[in-house]
Design a protein around this ligand. Structure first.
Ligand SMILES: Nc1ncnc2c1ncn2[C@@H]1O[C@H](COP(=O)(O)OP(=O)(O)O)[C@@H](O)[C@H]1O
Ligand SMILES: [Mg+2]
Length: 312
């Protein structure tokens, strides 16, 4: 079966499962290498107004946050990046991916970007490598001398960051939002990667997805963007086409990374995902591509593709 046939079959299965998908009156040309789309800030996007904070309010109460130990050997064995992996292909690929994101986040892009330090990693559908990309991106940025990173697990329905890093469940985002609070200091995890902290998704909550799209969440995001404005905050997020809360989240992000699985994402789904986050000023598309492993013929190794261009 060709890639397109596989994609069409997958879409049909989703449709039969009751998932609302875009009209696919879009011609499906053969899967192309994904492109990095760095668009100019959208003049119609509403700028996010930050309330000025007093200097002492800005200080995170880091002394109260817990410190956890990441098992770097196990993380590396699981195929994820670790700080020591200086010249691996994965490290090189993420070096290229992170560069424009960091420049934009630090206000060194071509134009100032509201909430540029809030970076969401999303994709059209589940299983495309959002969490894998978000974790690697966070570790890669944390390896920089100048950048401090907070990795937020915002895929509250299917959280996986702690699990992928070999950590037990912990309180986090949902616990803070459920209390209508903006104080994450008690649930933020500091790690043995000095510049990396993790905000877990938190307790399983029956209204998890509503909480993620709630006003309390919006207040928290605004607070995070200004309180931690010296920090790059990466959100591992729900897929765009199956849920609406990911779109709600997207409206507060300065930058969005869309992960596209070369094998499985239909072009119509990618187009729909990009349309869903139209208002975000900077979108980057990253191809998460399975490479055929010579040994077992299964998509074992992966690689990243990227490029600049226009999505239309
Ligand atoms: N580039 C990659 N290399 C190796 N494994 C990958 C890669 N991308 C994804 N995976 C693996 O594929 C599975 C699905 O990826 P995940 O990041 O959990 O997807 P999502 O968060 O989009 O649902 C995970 O087990 C992940 O470790
Ligand atoms: Mg995930």
């Amino acid at each position: 079966m060709s890639l397109i046939e596989q994609a069409a079959k997958r879409l049909e299965q989703l449709r039969q499962a009751g998932v609302e998908l875009p009209d696919d009156n879009l011609a499906q040309s053969p899967a192309q290498r994904a492109q990095t789309i760095a668009t100019a800030p959208d003049p119609y996007a509403t700028p996010i107004v930050r309330s000025p904070l007093a200097a002492d309010e800005k200080k995170p109460a880091s002394s109260t946050s817990k410190r956890i130990e990441l098992n770097l050997e196990a993380i590396s064995a699981a195929g994820l990046l670790v700080p020591q992996a200086t010249r691996s292909q994965l490290a090189d690929e993420f070096r290229v991916i992170k560069r424009p994101l960091i420049a934009n986040a630090m206000g060194k892009g071509s134009e100032p970007l509201p909430n540029g330090n809030l970076i969401m990693v999303t994709s059209a559908l589940p299983g495309e490598g959002k969490s894998f990309t978000a974790i690697n991106l966070a570790i890669s940025i944390a390896m920089e001398l100048d950048n401090t990173v907070m990795l937020v697990d915002a895929d509250v329905a299917r959280p996986s960051v702690l699990n992928m890093l070999g950590l037990p469940p912990a309180a986090g985002l949902l616990d803070v939002v459920a209390k209508n609070s903006v104080d994450i200091s008690g649930v933020l995890l500091r790690t043995n990667i000095e510049k990396l902290s993790i905000l877990p998704s938190g307790m399983q909550h029956p209204r998890a997805t509503e909480l993620l799209a709630s006003d309390a969440m919006v207040r928290l995001l605004e607070d995070m963007a200004s309180r931690y404005n010296d920090r790059i905050i990466i959100f591992d997020s729900p897929p765009l086409l199956l849920t609406t809360e990911s779109r709600a989240l997207a409206t507060h992000m300065g930058q969005i990374v869309i992960v596209v699985n070369a094998e499985n994402t239909a072009q119509a789904a990618v187009k729909q995902a990009v349309d869903a986050i139209e208002a975000c000023p900077v979108k980057m598309m990253v191809l998460n591509q399975a490479r055929q492993a010579a040994t077992d013929g299964y998509g074992y190794g992966y690689g990243y593709g990227y490029g600049y261009g226009d999505d239309k």
